[in-house]
Design a protein around this ligand. Structure first.
Ligand SMILES: [Fe+2]
Length: 450
């Protein structure tokens, strides 16, 4: 600490600073100076812009990027729908909204799949056509996407969270290498392709149909803390110059379509703007917490947030449950029992979940506690925590988990529902989880008589 150790190096170059205006050129001088649209670019590049916000959005959230390309993206065929693509989804008919508290063992790695074919929708809510809702996927793969392929989601930003292996993500704006303990965001519409520098991978993708992922406001924390802006890394321009035809896939309104593209999808030689993919090392998170008694809401660990269309109801708060010191006195250090209007989807990346270590075979597991469904620690953990000697305690450095809080209840696909297992309490046969009754009203009387 304060950064993660990785099994595989990242030799890509990055700019740093989320929300900054960035510019990058793979060939010196490729960026036009002082104007965007010279009548004819001196290197023979085509100007093209991608907008991530309305033109008139406030400056703080206005997201636009100009690119200069070998060929324009318009050099493409018409689209054809791919009727049997595993990413096709209909949120109105395919999801079951259930109060069950469920967990999933680590998903089997689809070794024959590439990143896109190996995506499985766990669940979601809302409607991409009105830019309102979320989708949660598991991904696993063992092969690279073909060199002449690219994908983009017209439905929303993708927050990618690897748990095993590493991802090389070639984007229109440059290369990102993303490893377990790092996360990345590929915004809506940005084209990308994934290859696997260390073999098989597994992880999660959180897609938001509304707005964009951004760091939370800091309020009285001040100007430093949580995920600091300088620690976000933005790719530098890199391009592929080829005449080979690219197969381009898009997911729009939950349906995948295919088109052919003349040349590479990654042919931008230079770019500037505010709309770009980025990555972040969770090990750089500046964790804050209670230093005297009780513990604060997990929102204090928010790395990124994405608004919904309702004020004060985030579509997603992406929360990092990582190593930290617990120093509170006379305090139940583990989470208390709770029911939240926000649904909670959590996944273990390494080591364990918060204070609880996990056996190796469960690392990578995930769980869903839907809106207003009770959850909390098991009876043995609660009993131990209520009776143990309190002293400063470090949540180990390898305990890395993430928590996705959403204002939406999460509907599950049939695939996820069948694999899910109950995650709380139990039935009457095992005494609903074995929580012991320790309430003794006579203790109140004894207290008054002393
Ligand atoms: Fe919770």
């Amino acid at each position: 600490m304060p950064s993660s150790k990785f099994a595989i190096e990242d030799r890509n170059r990055y700019a740093t600073g989320l929300n900054s205006y960035h510019e990058s050129e793979a060939i010196a001088g490729a960026l036009p100076k002082a104007q965007n649209l010279p009548q004819k670019h001196h290197l023979g590049l085509y100007p093209e812009r991608i907008s991530g916000s309305s033109f008139t959005a406030k400056r703080a959230v206005n997201k636009q990027t100009f690119m200069w390309r070998v060929l324009p993206s318009a050099a493409q065929s018409s689209w054809t729908q791919v009727p049997d693509h595993p990413l096709n989804q209909n949120f109105h008919t395919d999801l079951s909204f259930l109060p069950d508290q469920l967990s999933w063992k680590p998903f089997k790695i689809e070794t024959d799949c590439n990143f896109i074919d190996g995506l499985r929708l766990i669940g979601g809510a809302g409607d991409a056509t009105i830019k309102n809702g979320v989708a949660y996927y598991s991904f696993s793969c063992g092969v690279d996407m073909d060199e002449q392929t690219a994908f983009y989601s017209a439905d929303g930003d993708w927050l990618i969270v690897p748990q095993i292996g590493a991802l090389d993500i070639q984007t229109e704006l440059g290369m990102l290498r993303v490893r377990p303990r790092e996360i990345c965001v590929v915004p809506r519409g940005i084209r990308f392709r994934v290859t696997l520098p260390s073999g098989q991978t597994r992880g999660y993708v959180i897609e938001t149909f509304s707005g964009h992922f951004d760091v939370p406001e800091l309020g009285i924390i001040g100007s430093l803390g949580l995920a600091n802006l300088r620690d976000f890394e933005i790719p530098c321009a890199a391009f592929t110059d080829t005449d080979a035809v690219t197969t381009l896939l898009v997911k729009m309104a939950g349906k995948v379509s295919r088109a052919s593209l003349k040349g590479s999808a990654f042919n931008a030689v230079a770019w500037h703007g505010t709309y770009y993919p980025f990555k972040y090392d969770l090990g750089k998170f500046m964790t804050m917490g209670s230093t005297l008694y009780d513990h604060q809401d997990p929102s204090i660990f928010t790395v990124l947030t994405c608004p919904s269309d309702k004020p004060d109801h985030p579509a997603v708060d992406f929360i990092y449950i990582g190593p930290r010191w617990l120093v509170m006195e006379d305090t139940l250090h583990v989470p208390y029992f709770h029911r939240n209007t926000m649904s909670e989807f959590a996944a273990v990346i390494s080591g364990g979940f918060d204070t609880s270590p996990m056996p190796e075979e469960l690392i990578g597991m995930c769980m869903l506690h839907n809106g207003m469904s009770t959850h909390g620690m098991s009876a043995p953990v609660i009993e131990h925590s209520m009776n143990k000697e309190i002293k400063p305690e470090k949540i180990p450095d390898d305990h890395v988990a993430v928590l996705v809080e959403s204002c939406y209840p999460i509907g599950l696909t049939e695939w996820a529902r069948k694999l899910g297992e109950p995650d709380v309490g139990g039935d009457e046969e095992n005494d609903f989880g074995g929580y012991k009754r320790v309430f003794d009203a006579s203790l109140a009387l004894k207290g008054r008589m002393q």
